[in-house]
Design a protein around this ligand. Structure first.
Ligand SMILES: [Cu+2]
Length: 138
């Protein structure tokens, strides 16, 4: 085997190893936490992706008793940590064409027990609230 072929063989082995590493890391990614809560005969589902201390994407789906997505009005997330004095924050979500409400931000800025409330307001300003408890650990 000449030197060039040997080098090519080495290079392809390294490439395979790199591809393998990438795949393993993707396989280890955690599933984004998903929360469900009811209010009256409506339901609010919240997904936090990826679910870290830092910037997350929030995706909410609010459905009525016939499981139809509620896409009018407003949806707002409220973030708080009971027993801590660093205050609360809010995030107004944006309606998407597929009927979900989404937003992004650094609201979860530390590990610990978060209380996240999704508030959905209809066009008359009547609101339904869905409260989730999220123990954030990295
Ligand atoms: Cu805190």
């Amino acid at each position: 085997m000449n030197r060039l072929r040997w080098l090519l063989l080495c290079a392809s082995v390294v490439m395979l190893m790199l591809a393998g590493c990438t795949q393993t890391e993707e396989g280890q990614e955690k599933t984004p936490p998903r929360f469900e809560a009811k209010s009256g005969d409506t339901q609010g589902v919240l997904t936090i992706s990826p679910g870290i201390v830092g910037i997350n994407t929030y995706s909410a789906v609010v459905t009525d008793k016939s499981n139809q997505k509620l896409t009018t009005g407003k949806a707002i997330l409220h973030f708080a940590m009971p027993n801590m004095d660093h205050g609360k924050s809010d995030l107004e979500l944006t309606p998407q064409p597929d009927g979900t409400w989404t937003g992004e931000g650094p609201h979860l800025m530390m590990e610990g027990d978060w209380q996240i409330t999704l508030e959905w307001q209809d066009e008359q300003g009547n609101s339904q609230t869905y409260t989730y408890t999220y123990n954030l650990k990295e």
